[in-house]
Design a protein. Structure first.
Length: 527
Protein backbone atom coordinates (compact mmCIF):
# COMPACT_ATOMS: atom_id res chain seq x y z
CA UNK A 1 0.00 0.00 0.00
CA UNK A 2 1.52 3.29 -1.13
CA UNK A 3 0.18 5.41 1.72
CA UNK A 4 1.81 8.78 2.40
CA UNK A 5 1.63 10.95 5.53
CA UNK A 6 -0.60 13.49 3.76
CA UNK A 7 -3.08 10.68 3.02
CA UNK A 8 -3.15 9.91 6.74
CA UNK A 9 -4.00 13.56 7.51
CA UNK A 10 -6.91 13.43 5.07
CA UNK A 11 -8.10 10.16 6.59
CA UNK A 12 -8.10 11.50 10.15
CA UNK A 13 -9.82 14.74 9.13
CA UNK A 14 -12.45 12.82 7.18
CA UNK A 15 -13.13 10.07 9.71
CA UNK A 16 -12.64 11.99 13.00
CA UNK A 17 -13.41 15.63 12.04
CA UNK A 18 -14.48 16.88 15.47
CA UNK A 19 -12.21 14.74 17.61
CA UNK A 20 -9.32 16.47 19.37
CA UNK A 21 -6.15 15.95 17.35
CA UNK A 22 -3.60 18.08 19.24
CA UNK A 23 -3.58 19.68 22.68
CA UNK A 24 -0.93 22.09 23.94
CA UNK A 25 -1.36 24.27 27.01
CA UNK A 26 -4.58 26.24 26.54
CA UNK A 27 -4.72 25.53 22.80
CA UNK A 28 -6.20 22.58 20.92
CA UNK A 29 -7.18 21.61 17.39
CA UNK A 30 -9.58 19.02 16.05
CA UNK A 31 -8.46 16.88 13.12
CA UNK A 32 -10.61 18.98 10.79
CA UNK A 33 -9.20 22.24 12.13
CA UNK A 34 -5.56 21.26 11.81
CA UNK A 35 -6.20 19.88 8.33
CA UNK A 36 -7.78 23.13 7.18
CA UNK A 37 -5.17 25.35 8.83
CA UNK A 38 -2.29 23.33 7.38
CA UNK A 39 -4.01 23.57 3.98
CA UNK A 40 -4.04 27.36 4.32
CA UNK A 41 -0.39 27.42 5.37
CA UNK A 42 0.52 25.13 2.46
CA UNK A 43 -1.19 27.54 0.03
CA UNK A 44 0.54 30.51 1.65
CA UNK A 45 3.94 28.86 1.31
CA UNK A 46 3.28 28.13 -2.35
CA UNK A 47 2.35 31.79 -2.82
CA UNK A 48 5.74 32.68 -1.31
CA UNK A 49 7.40 30.58 -4.00
CA UNK A 50 7.91 27.30 -2.13
CA UNK A 51 8.03 24.33 -4.50
CA UNK A 52 8.35 20.59 -4.04
CA UNK A 53 11.79 19.85 -2.60
CA UNK A 54 12.28 23.31 -1.06
CA UNK A 55 13.08 23.54 2.64
CA UNK A 56 10.82 25.33 5.10
CA UNK A 57 12.27 25.59 8.62
CA UNK A 58 10.73 26.53 11.94
CA UNK A 59 12.40 28.02 15.01
CA UNK A 60 10.21 28.06 18.09
CA UNK A 61 9.31 26.32 21.31
CA UNK A 62 6.50 23.78 21.49
CA UNK A 63 3.20 24.97 20.03
CA UNK A 64 0.50 23.82 17.62
CA UNK A 65 2.06 25.84 14.81
CA UNK A 66 4.90 23.27 14.79
CA UNK A 67 2.46 20.60 13.59
CA UNK A 68 0.55 22.84 11.19
CA UNK A 69 3.93 23.56 9.61
CA UNK A 70 4.86 19.86 9.42
CA UNK A 71 1.51 18.93 7.89
CA UNK A 72 1.77 21.74 5.33
CA UNK A 73 5.18 20.42 4.26
CA UNK A 74 3.72 16.91 3.91
CA UNK A 75 1.02 18.19 1.59
CA UNK A 76 3.13 20.20 -0.85
CA UNK A 77 6.31 18.12 -0.81
CA UNK A 78 8.38 20.73 1.03
CA UNK A 79 11.16 19.58 3.35
CA UNK A 80 10.55 20.20 7.05
CA UNK A 81 13.42 21.30 9.30
CA UNK A 82 13.08 22.03 13.00
CA UNK A 83 15.72 24.44 14.28
CA UNK A 84 16.62 23.76 17.89
CA UNK A 85 16.10 26.92 19.93
CA UNK A 86 18.79 25.72 22.34
CA UNK A 87 21.41 25.92 19.58
CA UNK A 88 23.99 28.70 19.50
CA UNK A 89 23.89 31.23 16.65
CA UNK A 90 26.65 29.44 14.69
CA UNK A 91 24.75 26.13 15.04
CA UNK A 92 21.50 27.76 13.86
CA UNK A 93 23.30 29.27 10.87
CA UNK A 94 24.78 25.86 10.06
CA UNK A 95 21.31 24.26 10.00
CA UNK A 96 19.85 27.00 7.80
CA UNK A 97 22.73 26.90 5.33
CA UNK A 98 23.16 23.12 5.32
CA UNK A 99 19.46 22.55 4.66
CA UNK A 100 19.21 25.33 2.04
CA UNK A 101 16.25 26.85 3.88
CA UNK A 102 13.95 28.98 1.69
CA UNK A 103 11.41 30.10 4.34
CA UNK A 104 11.88 30.34 8.11
CA UNK A 105 8.92 30.42 10.51
CA UNK A 106 10.11 32.26 13.61
CA UNK A 107 8.25 32.49 16.90
CA UNK A 108 8.29 35.88 18.62
CA UNK A 109 9.99 34.77 21.83
CA UNK A 110 12.83 33.14 19.85
CA UNK A 111 13.49 36.15 17.61
CA UNK A 112 16.64 37.07 19.54
CA UNK A 113 18.11 33.65 18.73
CA UNK A 114 17.82 34.00 14.97
CA UNK A 115 20.50 35.45 12.69
CA UNK A 116 20.12 39.16 11.84
CA UNK A 117 17.51 39.94 9.19
CA UNK A 118 20.11 41.12 6.70
CA UNK A 119 21.99 37.82 7.05
CA UNK A 120 18.80 35.84 6.44
CA UNK A 121 18.08 37.99 3.41
CA UNK A 122 21.60 37.38 2.09
CA UNK A 123 20.89 33.64 2.35
CA UNK A 124 17.68 34.14 0.36
CA UNK A 125 15.50 33.18 3.33
CA UNK A 126 12.01 34.67 3.68
CA UNK A 127 10.89 35.22 7.27
CA UNK A 128 7.38 34.54 8.61
CA UNK A 129 6.69 35.54 12.20
CA UNK A 130 4.22 33.92 14.57
CA UNK A 131 3.27 34.51 18.19
CA UNK A 132 2.28 37.78 19.83
CA UNK A 133 4.67 40.68 19.34
CA UNK A 134 6.84 39.41 16.50
CA UNK A 135 8.38 42.07 14.25
CA UNK A 136 8.34 40.22 10.92
CA UNK A 137 6.65 41.82 7.95
CA UNK A 138 5.00 38.50 7.08
CA UNK A 139 2.55 37.36 9.75
CA UNK A 140 1.57 33.70 10.10
CA UNK A 141 -2.12 34.21 10.98
CA UNK A 142 -2.56 36.88 8.31
CA UNK A 143 -1.19 34.52 5.68
CA UNK A 144 -3.52 31.74 6.83
CA UNK A 145 -6.55 34.06 6.72
CA UNK A 146 -5.61 35.21 3.22
CA UNK A 147 -5.32 31.67 1.86
CA UNK A 148 -7.96 29.84 3.90
CA UNK A 149 -10.24 29.49 0.87
CA UNK A 150 -7.44 28.40 -1.48
CA UNK A 151 -6.64 24.69 -1.36
CA UNK A 152 -2.97 24.01 -2.06
CA UNK A 153 -1.83 22.48 -5.31
CA UNK A 154 -0.81 18.94 -4.38
CA UNK A 155 2.21 17.80 -6.38
CA UNK A 156 2.75 14.16 -7.28
CA UNK A 157 4.69 12.45 -4.48
CA UNK A 158 6.33 9.07 -4.05
CA UNK A 159 7.44 7.24 -0.93
CA UNK A 160 11.05 8.09 -1.77
CA UNK A 161 10.52 11.86 -1.93
CA UNK A 162 12.21 13.92 0.81
CA UNK A 163 10.03 15.01 3.75
CA UNK A 164 12.27 16.18 6.57
CA UNK A 165 15.83 16.72 7.68
CA UNK A 166 16.42 15.94 11.33
CA UNK A 167 19.61 17.30 12.82
CA UNK A 168 21.15 14.95 15.35
CA UNK A 169 20.98 16.07 18.95
CA UNK A 170 24.73 16.10 19.44
CA UNK A 171 25.65 13.43 22.04
CA UNK A 172 29.06 12.96 20.43
CA UNK A 173 29.76 16.23 18.62
CA UNK A 174 28.54 18.40 15.76
CA UNK A 175 25.06 17.90 14.33
CA UNK A 176 24.42 16.04 11.07
CA UNK A 177 21.22 16.28 9.06
CA UNK A 178 19.47 12.94 8.49
CA UNK A 179 17.30 13.07 5.36
CA UNK A 180 14.02 11.18 5.85
CA UNK A 181 11.49 10.26 3.15
CA UNK A 182 7.69 10.35 3.10
CA UNK A 183 7.59 6.56 3.05
CA UNK A 184 9.89 6.25 6.05
CA UNK A 185 7.70 8.60 8.09
CA UNK A 186 4.50 6.75 7.14
CA UNK A 187 6.02 3.38 8.01
CA UNK A 188 7.50 4.67 11.27
CA UNK A 189 4.06 5.83 12.39
CA UNK A 190 2.23 2.66 11.37
CA UNK A 191 4.86 0.25 12.67
CA UNK A 192 4.99 1.97 16.04
CA UNK A 193 1.20 2.15 16.44
CA UNK A 194 1.00 -1.57 15.68
CA UNK A 195 4.01 -2.65 17.76
CA UNK A 196 3.00 -0.64 20.83
CA UNK A 197 -0.70 -1.45 20.75
CA UNK A 198 -2.00 2.11 20.55
CA UNK A 199 -5.79 2.31 20.22
CA UNK A 200 -7.97 5.01 18.59
CA UNK A 201 -9.29 6.08 22.00
CA UNK A 202 -5.82 6.50 23.51
CA UNK A 203 -4.57 9.95 24.44
CA UNK A 204 -0.86 10.03 23.59
CA UNK A 205 1.58 12.43 25.27
CA UNK A 206 5.00 13.12 23.74
CA UNK A 207 6.57 15.82 25.96
CA UNK A 208 10.05 16.07 24.37
CA UNK A 209 11.25 18.87 22.11
CA UNK A 210 10.09 18.59 18.49
CA UNK A 211 13.04 20.23 16.71
CA UNK A 212 14.43 16.88 15.68
CA UNK A 213 13.13 13.37 14.91
CA UNK A 214 10.72 13.20 17.86
CA UNK A 215 8.37 15.41 15.86
CA UNK A 216 7.34 12.10 14.22
CA UNK A 217 6.66 10.60 17.65
CA UNK A 218 4.29 13.48 18.39
CA UNK A 219 2.05 12.61 15.42
CA UNK A 220 1.43 8.91 16.03
CA UNK A 221 -2.26 9.77 16.06
CA UNK A 222 -2.07 9.89 12.27
CA UNK A 223 -1.94 6.10 12.41
CA UNK A 224 -5.25 5.59 14.23
CA UNK A 225 -6.91 8.95 14.94
CA UNK A 226 -5.95 9.14 18.63
CA UNK A 227 -5.42 12.49 20.38
CA UNK A 228 -1.87 13.83 20.68
CA UNK A 229 -0.78 15.97 23.66
CA UNK A 230 2.40 18.02 23.53
CA UNK A 231 4.14 20.10 26.18
CA UNK A 232 3.71 23.84 26.21
CA UNK A 233 7.13 25.45 25.58
CA UNK A 234 9.46 23.18 27.60
CA UNK A 235 9.19 20.05 29.74
CA UNK A 236 8.36 20.50 33.41
CA UNK A 237 7.60 17.50 35.64
CA UNK A 238 4.80 19.20 37.57
CA UNK A 239 3.19 20.51 34.38
CA UNK A 240 3.50 17.07 32.80
CA UNK A 241 1.52 15.54 35.68
CA UNK A 242 -1.08 18.32 35.51
CA UNK A 243 -1.47 17.76 31.75
CA UNK A 244 -1.91 14.01 32.29
CA UNK A 245 -4.80 14.82 34.62
CA UNK A 246 -6.29 17.56 32.45
CA UNK A 247 -6.32 15.68 29.15
CA UNK A 248 -6.83 12.22 30.70
CA UNK A 249 -3.66 10.94 29.08
CA UNK A 250 -3.53 7.15 28.71
CA UNK A 251 -0.03 6.62 27.32
CA UNK A 252 3.16 8.69 27.21
CA UNK A 253 6.84 8.47 26.41
CA UNK A 254 9.55 9.72 28.76
CA UNK A 255 13.33 9.58 28.51
CA UNK A 256 14.77 8.15 31.75
CA UNK A 257 15.94 11.52 33.05
CA UNK A 258 12.42 12.94 32.64
CA UNK A 259 10.82 9.86 34.22
CA UNK A 260 13.09 10.25 37.25
CA UNK A 261 11.94 13.85 37.69
CA UNK A 262 8.28 12.87 37.27
CA UNK A 263 8.65 10.20 39.98
CA UNK A 264 10.20 12.70 42.37
CA UNK A 265 7.46 15.26 41.68
CA UNK A 266 4.64 12.71 41.97
CA UNK A 267 5.89 11.65 45.39
CA UNK A 268 5.18 15.18 46.62
CA UNK A 269 1.49 14.38 46.13
CA UNK A 270 -1.60 16.07 44.73
CA UNK A 271 -1.68 14.58 41.22
CA UNK A 272 -4.36 12.43 39.58
CA UNK A 273 -2.79 10.10 37.01
CA UNK A 274 -5.44 7.41 37.21
CA UNK A 275 -6.00 7.59 33.42
CA UNK A 276 -2.37 6.67 32.69
CA UNK A 277 -2.04 2.99 31.73
CA UNK A 278 1.47 2.82 30.25
CA UNK A 279 4.68 4.85 29.98
CA UNK A 280 7.13 4.09 27.19
CA UNK A 281 10.77 4.58 28.07
CA UNK A 282 12.95 5.85 25.26
CA UNK A 283 15.86 8.04 24.09
CA UNK A 284 18.50 6.39 26.30
CA UNK A 285 18.86 3.21 28.39
CA UNK A 286 17.07 3.07 31.74
CA UNK A 287 18.41 1.40 34.87
CA UNK A 288 16.79 -1.44 36.84
CA UNK A 289 16.50 0.94 39.81
CA UNK A 290 14.51 3.49 37.80
CA UNK A 291 12.22 0.75 36.51
CA UNK A 292 11.52 -0.51 40.03
CA UNK A 293 10.92 3.05 41.28
CA UNK A 294 8.47 3.74 38.45
CA UNK A 295 6.38 0.62 39.15
CA UNK A 296 6.34 1.25 42.88
CA UNK A 297 5.46 4.95 42.58
CA UNK A 298 3.31 5.54 39.50
CA UNK A 299 1.24 2.36 39.43
CA UNK A 300 1.12 2.06 35.62
CA UNK A 301 2.71 -0.31 33.14
CA UNK A 302 6.05 0.31 31.45
CA UNK A 303 7.40 -0.40 27.99
CA UNK A 304 10.91 0.08 26.62
CA UNK A 305 11.69 1.32 23.11
CA UNK A 306 14.85 1.52 21.03
CA UNK A 307 14.97 3.95 18.12
CA UNK A 308 17.20 6.62 16.61
CA UNK A 309 17.17 9.59 14.29
CA UNK A 310 18.56 7.59 11.38
CA UNK A 311 15.59 5.19 11.35
CA UNK A 312 12.90 7.91 11.44
CA UNK A 313 12.39 7.35 15.16
CA UNK A 314 10.70 4.00 14.52
CA UNK A 315 10.51 1.77 17.60
CA UNK A 316 12.07 -1.33 16.04
CA UNK A 317 12.93 -2.98 19.34
CA UNK A 318 10.43 -3.16 22.22
CA UNK A 319 10.35 -4.54 25.75
CA UNK A 320 6.67 -5.05 26.55
CA UNK A 321 4.78 -4.61 29.79
CA UNK A 322 4.57 -8.40 30.09
CA UNK A 323 8.36 -8.57 29.71
CA UNK A 324 8.76 -6.09 32.55
CA UNK A 325 6.38 -7.97 34.83
CA UNK A 326 8.17 -11.24 34.13
CA UNK A 327 11.53 -9.59 34.76
CA UNK A 328 10.44 -8.12 38.09
CA UNK A 329 9.01 -11.42 39.29
CA UNK A 330 11.35 -14.03 37.83
CA UNK A 331 14.20 -12.70 35.64
CA UNK A 332 15.80 -9.49 36.95
CA UNK A 333 18.54 -9.67 34.30
CA UNK A 334 15.83 -8.96 31.69
CA UNK A 335 15.41 -5.45 33.12
CA UNK A 336 18.63 -4.57 31.30
CA UNK A 337 17.27 -5.63 27.88
CA UNK A 338 16.12 -3.21 25.18
CA UNK A 339 13.54 -5.73 24.00
CA UNK A 340 12.81 -7.89 20.97
CA UNK A 341 12.75 -6.86 17.33
CA UNK A 342 9.42 -6.20 15.63
CA UNK A 343 8.39 -8.40 12.72
CA UNK A 344 8.71 -5.54 10.19
CA UNK A 345 12.41 -4.97 10.89
CA UNK A 346 15.65 -6.95 10.79
CA UNK A 347 18.50 -6.77 13.28
CA UNK A 348 21.98 -8.26 13.17
CA UNK A 349 24.99 -8.23 15.50
CA UNK A 350 28.18 -7.86 13.48
CA UNK A 351 31.93 -7.63 13.89
CA UNK A 352 34.23 -4.82 12.71
CA UNK A 353 34.29 -6.29 9.20
CA UNK A 354 30.48 -6.38 9.00
CA UNK A 355 30.26 -10.14 9.37
CA UNK A 356 27.21 -11.46 11.32
CA UNK A 357 28.07 -12.98 14.71
CA UNK A 358 26.59 -15.94 16.53
CA UNK A 359 23.84 -15.58 19.15
CA UNK A 360 25.32 -14.34 22.42
CA UNK A 361 28.30 -12.62 20.76
CA UNK A 362 29.02 -8.95 21.41
CA UNK A 363 29.25 -6.66 18.39
CA UNK A 364 27.76 -3.65 16.62
CA UNK A 365 23.98 -3.49 16.11
CA UNK A 366 22.91 -3.28 12.46
CA UNK A 367 19.27 -2.56 11.48
CA UNK A 368 17.38 -3.00 8.22
CA UNK A 369 13.96 -1.41 7.65
CA UNK A 370 11.88 0.69 5.27
CA UNK A 371 12.18 3.54 7.80
CA UNK A 372 15.92 4.16 7.36
CA UNK A 373 17.18 7.59 6.40
CA UNK A 374 18.23 8.26 2.81
CA UNK A 375 21.50 10.00 3.70
CA UNK A 376 23.27 12.53 5.86
CA UNK A 377 22.82 15.85 4.05
CA UNK A 378 25.99 16.99 2.24
CA UNK A 379 28.06 14.26 3.94
CA UNK A 380 28.68 11.45 1.43
CA UNK A 381 31.55 9.85 3.39
CA UNK A 382 29.54 9.71 6.62
CA UNK A 383 26.55 8.36 4.70
CA UNK A 384 28.64 5.59 3.13
CA UNK A 385 29.97 4.68 6.58
CA UNK A 386 26.50 4.51 8.16
CA UNK A 387 24.52 2.82 5.37
CA UNK A 388 25.74 -0.51 3.99
CA UNK A 389 23.73 -2.51 1.44
CA UNK A 390 20.38 -1.45 2.91
CA UNK A 391 21.55 -1.79 6.51
CA UNK A 392 22.18 0.95 9.09
CA UNK A 393 25.23 0.70 11.32
CA UNK A 394 23.93 2.07 14.60
CA UNK A 395 27.25 2.57 16.42
CA UNK A 396 25.66 0.77 19.37
CA UNK A 397 27.32 -2.26 20.95
CA UNK A 398 25.01 -5.11 21.94
CA UNK A 399 24.21 -8.79 21.91
CA UNK A 400 21.18 -10.97 21.18
CA UNK A 401 20.29 -13.81 23.54
CA UNK A 402 18.74 -17.14 22.58
CA UNK A 403 15.21 -15.76 23.14
CA UNK A 404 15.70 -12.85 20.75
CA UNK A 405 16.19 -10.13 23.37
CA UNK A 406 18.62 -7.36 22.49
CA UNK A 407 20.94 -6.14 25.26
CA UNK A 408 22.58 -2.79 24.53
CA UNK A 409 25.95 -2.52 26.22
CA UNK A 410 26.96 0.97 25.17
CA UNK A 411 27.73 3.34 22.35
CA UNK A 412 30.75 2.17 20.38
CA UNK A 413 32.38 5.57 20.80
CA UNK A 414 31.90 5.47 24.59
CA UNK A 415 33.48 2.08 25.25
CA UNK A 416 36.49 2.40 27.58
CA UNK A 417 39.66 0.37 27.00
CA UNK A 418 41.53 0.41 30.30
CA UNK A 419 44.63 -1.69 30.76
CA UNK A 420 43.70 -3.55 27.57
CA UNK A 421 40.24 -4.54 28.92
CA UNK A 422 36.92 -3.34 27.46
CA UNK A 423 34.63 -1.62 30.00
CA UNK A 424 31.09 -0.57 29.07
CA UNK A 425 30.16 2.68 30.87
CA UNK A 426 26.46 1.80 31.03
CA UNK A 427 27.23 -1.24 33.20
CA UNK A 428 29.13 0.94 35.66
CA UNK A 429 26.43 3.63 35.61
CA UNK A 430 23.75 1.01 36.41
CA UNK A 431 25.62 0.18 39.63
CA UNK A 432 26.44 3.71 40.74
CA UNK A 433 22.84 4.88 40.29
CA UNK A 434 21.81 2.32 42.91
CA UNK A 435 23.55 4.40 45.60
CA UNK A 436 20.81 6.14 47.61
CA UNK A 437 22.54 9.54 47.35
CA UNK A 438 23.07 9.58 43.56
CA UNK A 439 20.51 11.13 41.22
CA UNK A 440 22.44 11.04 37.92
CA UNK A 441 25.81 9.73 36.79
CA UNK A 442 27.95 9.61 33.68
CA UNK A 443 30.90 7.24 33.32
CA UNK A 444 33.56 7.87 30.70
CA UNK A 445 37.17 7.12 29.90
CA UNK A 446 39.86 9.78 30.16
CA UNK A 447 43.49 9.45 29.05
CA UNK A 448 45.88 8.01 31.62
CA UNK A 449 49.62 7.29 31.34
CA UNK A 450 49.20 4.18 33.48
CA UNK A 451 46.00 2.67 32.09
CA UNK A 452 45.71 4.13 28.60
CA UNK A 453 42.22 5.16 29.63
CA UNK A 454 41.00 5.43 33.21
CA UNK A 455 37.38 4.90 34.27
CA UNK A 456 35.94 8.15 35.62
CA UNK A 457 32.52 8.87 37.16
CA UNK A 458 30.85 12.28 37.14
CA UNK A 459 27.84 12.29 39.47
CA UNK A 460 25.05 14.54 40.67
CA UNK A 461 23.70 14.06 44.20
CA UNK A 462 19.99 13.96 44.99
CA UNK A 463 18.52 17.09 46.47
CA UNK A 464 18.82 16.91 50.24
CA UNK A 465 21.10 13.85 50.14
CA UNK A 466 23.95 13.69 52.63
CA UNK A 467 27.36 14.67 51.36
CA UNK A 468 29.18 11.82 49.68
CA UNK A 469 32.94 11.71 49.35
CA UNK A 470 34.95 10.07 46.63
CA UNK A 471 36.23 7.21 48.82
CA UNK A 472 32.74 6.20 49.96
CA UNK A 473 31.35 5.97 46.43
CA UNK A 474 34.36 4.03 45.18
CA UNK A 475 34.01 1.57 48.08
CA UNK A 476 30.36 1.11 47.09
CA UNK A 477 31.48 0.26 43.54
CA UNK A 478 34.15 -2.20 44.63
CA UNK A 479 31.50 -4.32 46.35
CA UNK A 480 29.48 -4.63 43.13
CA UNK A 481 31.87 -4.36 40.17
CA UNK A 482 34.95 -6.10 38.89
CA UNK A 483 38.12 -4.28 39.85
CA UNK A 484 38.80 -3.13 36.29
CA UNK A 485 35.28 -1.61 36.05
CA UNK A 486 35.54 0.46 39.22
CA UNK A 487 36.12 4.16 38.67
CA UNK A 488 39.56 5.44 39.50
CA UNK A 489 38.00 8.71 40.58
CA UNK A 490 34.62 10.46 40.93
CA UNK A 491 33.76 14.13 40.48
CA UNK A 492 30.57 15.58 41.94
CA UNK A 493 28.77 18.30 39.94
CA UNK A 494 25.56 20.32 40.21
CA UNK A 495 24.30 19.34 36.73
CA UNK A 496 25.27 16.98 33.93
CA UNK A 497 25.25 18.29 30.35
CA UNK A 498 22.37 16.88 28.35
CA UNK A 499 20.75 17.36 24.98
CA UNK A 500 17.23 18.75 24.70
CA UNK A 501 15.94 15.16 24.83
CA UNK A 502 17.79 14.22 27.99
CA UNK A 503 20.74 12.34 26.48
CA UNK A 504 24.04 12.71 28.29
CA UNK A 505 26.63 14.68 26.32
CA UNK A 506 29.76 12.79 27.25
CA UNK A 507 31.86 14.61 24.70
CA UNK A 508 31.08 17.84 26.59
CA UNK A 509 32.23 16.26 29.85
CA UNK A 510 35.38 14.96 28.22
CA UNK A 511 36.21 18.37 26.72
CA UNK A 512 35.62 19.96 30.12
CA UNK A 513 38.02 17.53 31.80
CA UNK A 514 40.70 18.03 29.18
CA UNK A 515 40.39 21.78 29.67
CA UNK A 516 40.60 21.43 33.48
CA UNK A 517 43.31 18.83 34.24
CA UNK A 518 43.52 19.93 37.88
CA UNK A 519 40.18 18.15 38.53
CA UNK A 520 41.91 14.76 38.48
CA UNK A 521 44.78 13.25 40.43
CA UNK A 522 46.48 12.27 37.15
CA UNK A 523 47.21 13.94 33.82
CA UNK A 524 44.36 14.07 31.32
CA UNK A 525 46.39 15.33 28.39
CA UNK A 526 45.42 13.74 25.08
CA UNK A 527 47.62 10.77 24.25
Amino acid sequence: MNILPRDMIAGCAGHFPHKLAFCCGEDSRTWQQIDRRSDALASALQALGVKKGDTVSILGKESLEVYEHFFACMKIGAIRVGVNWRYSLPEILHVLRDSATKVLLLRADCAQLAPPREELAALGIKLVGYGAGHASSLDYETLLAKHVAEPPALPALTRDDDLLISYTSGTTGGSKGALISHGAVADSILQTVINRGFAPDDVWFMPAQSAWIVVIMAIYGLGNGMTNVISHDVFDAAQFLRDVARWRVTTAVLPPVMLSRVIQEYRRGGYDISSLRVISLGSSPSTPKLIRDAYETLGCELQQSYAMTENAGCWHVCLTSADYRHALAHAPELLKAAGRVGVLSELSIRDEAGKPLAVGSVGEVWIKSTTLMKAYVNLPAETAEALRDGWLRTNDIGRLDENGYLFLLDRKKFMIITGGVNVFPSAVEAVIIEHPSIEEVAVLGVPSDEWGEAVLAVAKLKKGAKALDNAELLAFCRQRLAKVECPKHCIFVDELPRTSTGKLQKHVLRDWLLANPDLLPWSVEEQ
